[in-house]
Ligand binder design. Structure first.
Ligand code: ADP
Ligand code: MG
Length: 328
């Protein structure tokens, strides 16, 4: 029997978790539709793994409630566990076993019979480009291969939702891109993905919605585009052939002039419409532009602007109250 797929993959209200007097999650709400990628973005120590552990029933929350694929986390943790897959930050791969043996072991743990377990294993080895390495001990695998095997093991049970806790941390750029392709394929196949990452670019590349976790709270939530729009700093830079051009442009467009470079910096959101409007005004004033560059704020700008510190800066001394002031 296939249970009806609920529209919401995860809903949560007021999730809290502390370790002694250290508040890790300070009342977090979630509403993640099925078939989407949700990215929880935050620096080291932000509470990402804690959130994954709570939602995957590995640890209990101190407060709040959540439901995963229609199952209440507190009342029906077994049903939640049966429906999800978790790829931890620290790999579940056994280095002494071969890739094939790791997958077979997982399949048998999932109570697949011998023949179906073999079929599933062969299928996953193929899909994750591990056929050639299937008979080698996993300890000989590269970082990227290990992550692929880890993810393949997560998929043995055909979960409707997978938690990927920093799936590309420590991978080289090529392996990272490979992992992104795999994640996109998963979602195309109907799986919901809860992805944690420290990489703003990764959330930008993959996520339908992003939540920025900082000191126990979401300091921002939305699509990558929405988050970027909340950040000042996007601009267009125009360079002119001579001072006349610059003077005319300043009178027409305003903005900040750079006399030495014969350039003008005009605030812009980086969108095509506003760029076109700007160029129309330049045209109408018959100004000859030598060069035009567009600076769109990226998610790093967003993080800095929302939290007052960069994503890499975990030793920041800004107080929580200041953080909140920044995010309002
Ligand atoms: N079992 C634990 N006991 C005490 N503190 C913990 C425990 N697990 C995590 N923490 C603390 O909670 C905070 C959040 O940790 P974690 O969820 O692992 O962050 P992230 O995954 O975002 O790096 C960190 O400050 C960490 O030291
Ligand atoms: Mg973590």
């Amino acid at each position: 029997m296939t249970p009806r797929t609920p529209r919401a993959a995860i809903t949560a209200t007021g999730l809290r978790k502390s370790y002694r007097d250290h508040v890790v999650l300070d009342g977090v709400d979630l509403d993640i539709p099925t078939g989407t990628i949700f990215s929880l973005l935050g620096p080291n120590g932000a509470g990402k793994t804690t959130m994954v552990k709570i939602l995957s029933t590995l640890i209990g929350a101190d407060g709040g409630r959540a439901s995963v694929l229609g199952h209440d986390l507190a009342r029906d943790p077994d049903a939640v566990r049966a429906a999800i897959g978790v790829t931890g930050q620290y790999s579940a791969v056994d280095g002494l076993l071969t890739g094939e043996e790791n997958l077979m072991l997982m399949a048998r743990l999932r109570r697949l019979g011998r023949a179906p377990a073999r079929r599933r294993t062969a299928e996953l080895l193929e899909r994750f480009d591990l056929v050639d390495a299937a008979r080698k001990p996993a300890s000989t695998y590269s970082g990227g291969m290990r992550r692929r095997l880890d993810l393949a093991m997560t998929l043995v049970g055909d979960p409707g939702l997978i938690f990927l806790d920093e799936p590309t941390t420590g991978l080289d750029p090529r392996s990272r891109r490979g992992m992104w392709e795999i994640i996109r394929d998963l979602v195309a196949g109907g799986v919901t993905v809860f992805l944690t990452t420290q990489y703003l670019e990764e959330a930008d590349q993959l996520a339908d919605r992003i939540a920025v976790l900082d000191r126990g709270r979401f300091v921002a939530e939305g699509t990558a585009a929405e988050l970027k729009r909340r950040v000042p700093g996007g601009h267009v830079r125009l360079r002119f052939a001579d001072r006349d051009g610059l003077d005319t442009a300043v009178r027409t467009l305003g903005g900040a002039r750079d006399d030495e470079a014969l350039a003008l910096q005009v605030p812009a959101d980086g969108g095509v419409a506003s760029l076109k409007a700007l160029l129309d005004r330049v045209d109408a004033a018959a100004i000859a532009v030598e060069e035009l560059t567009v600076h769109t704020p990226d998610l790093d700008d967003v993080f800095l602007s929302l939290t007052g510190h960069t994503s890499a800066d975990t030793t920041d001394t800004t107080t929580h109250d200041q953080q909140k002031a920044v995010s309002r």
